[in-house]
Write a new protein. Structure first.
Length: 302
């Protein structure tokens, strides 16, 4: 059974009369990809900053790797990598030179081979000798990730790492995070792209107004009776014609690229399949999914 790598117990952060974080408790298991979700100003970044000891809690306890964060700060941070907001670098130095300077911050020896490894890992090969001032925002994000991975940490904390990345960059980041998980690392990931969290996260927490309003395994949280059923159709026009006078007429969420979506109770799926067959409607695939976006909006009352 996986062991907790992060344990947050009844943590508060108060600024005057404002509670930025209001009694959050959560457990992150070792080897998980853990999603941090919430509206702007909900307390996500404040909580992540407390995990990195950049901010001290007003009350509560944080244990990482089985040790109190504030009693073992240096030892824990030596095994933790992070991107918080936008990473900053020396703009007139190359990516490789920046990473070489950053490598000197760590107690362990980090040689040229490791620097080359992380450059390749984040997709900056061929541009590593260019000055950072010539980099796009997305490339700087990649370099920030390289810096976070430089010392081969056990725990990686990423606050909005997809900012500035194009669609291909987002896919590559997703693949990299999954690769890190396969290597036994734990990744804590804050993102506004809910579909990405649904695709890769094992567990998640939704924070709203400083409180954890939902947390647990992603599959469990989204295992609701109401689902969106997607049907890849052979004949969209025939499907639409038959749908008009059927019991499913009001359940259509949309049709795109010959794929129809219907919102219905999971136990109604066999009836839907029967209806499709009875009406001679050919379909190539049928799948269902509880959408994280819908769950998120419901939980945060947006």
């Amino acid at each position: 059974m996986a062991q907790p790598i992060v344990q947050i117990t009844d943590v508060y952060k108060q600024y005057g009369g404002f509670k930025a974080v209001d009694g959050i408790s959560l457990t992150i298991e070792e080897g998980d990809i853990y999603g941090f979700l919430g509206p702007n100003g909900a307390g996500k970044s404040t909580t992540l900053r407390m995990l990195l000891s950049l901010i001290t809690p007003t009350a509560g306890a944080i244990e990482i790797m089985g040790k109190s964060l504030y009693k073992n700060r240096n030892a824990i941070l030596a095994q933790t990598g992070s991107i918080i907001e936008k990473p900053d670098f020396y703009l007139y130095l190359s990516a490789k030179q920046n990473l070489w300077l950053l490598s000197k911050m760590y107690s362990q020896a980090i040689g040229p081979k490791r620097i080359e490894e992380v450059i390749k890992l984040v997709g900056l090969s061929g541009r590593e000798n260019d000055k950072v001032k010539t980099y796009s925002h997305g490339m700087k994000q990649r370099l920030g990730l390289a810096q976070a991975l430089l010392h081969n940490p056990k725990l990686i904390i990423l606050d909005e790492p997809t900012t500035g990345l194009d669609p291909q960059g987002i896919i590559e980041l997703r693949e990299l995070i999954l690769q890190l998980k396969n290597e036994g690392k734990t990744v804590v990931l804050s993102s506004h792209i809910l579909s990405e969290i649904q695709l890769i996260a094992d567990s998640m927490v939704i924070i709203n107004k400083g409180k954890a309003v939902a947390q647990g395994k992603v599959n469990t949280l989204l295992a609701d009776d109401d689902v969106i059923v997607y049907i890849e159709l052979g004949d969209t026009a025939k499907f639409q014609s038959a749908l008009v006078n059927s019991q499913f007429a009001t359940l259509l969420t949309g049709i795109e690229n010959n794929t129809a979506g219907l919102k219905l109770a999971k136990q109604e799926i066999p009836h839907l399949v029967s209806w499709l067959n009875t009406n001679g409607i050919n379909f190539y695939a049928l799948d269902y999914k509880k959408q994280l976006e819908e769950f998120f909006l419901k939980i945060t009352h947006q």
